[in-house]
Design a protein around this ligand. Structure first.
Ligand code: ZN
Length: 117
């Protein structure tokens, strides 16, 4: 992937994250303050009531989406974006456009869904 495609992907991911947070009525600041490591488990966040409210507003589905998006943004920074996490082949550009947070090429994804990760 060239720099231009990476920039486009990053913008698409940031826009997606903005929409997810908007859908959940969560401000980006609140989300950032909360920190990614607090996202997976509501029970871990007991001290900070504001953060707990943020989490409660997020359905499991939305939280999963945010994790996927953040992970994809991280892969852009690490130069691993667009490369299958399983076979290390480049993921097809069409697939990355439809699902910019894809971690696996379509072949590996199909295998994983059949047999589990
Ligand atoms: Zn693959």
């Amino acid at each position: 992937m060239n720099q231009e495609e990476l920039d486009a992907a990053r913008n698409a991911l940031l826009e997606m994250r903005r929409q997810v947070l908007q859908e959940a009525n969560v401000s980006l600041n609140a989300y950032r303050e909360m920190g990614q490591e607090n996202l997976p488990d509501i029970s871990d966040v007991s001290a900070n009531a504001a953060n707990r409210n943020v989490l409660l507003n997020l359905s499991e589905n939305l939280r999963q989406k945010l994790r996927d998006i953040d992970a994809a943004l991280e892969r852009i920074d690490q130069g691993e974006y667009g490369v299958c996490a399983s076979c290390e082949e480049e993921i097809s550009p069409e697939r990355m456009r439809v699902r910019p947070f894809s971690r696996y090429c379509i072949e590996c994804k199909t295998e994983i869904e059949k047999f589990g990760e």
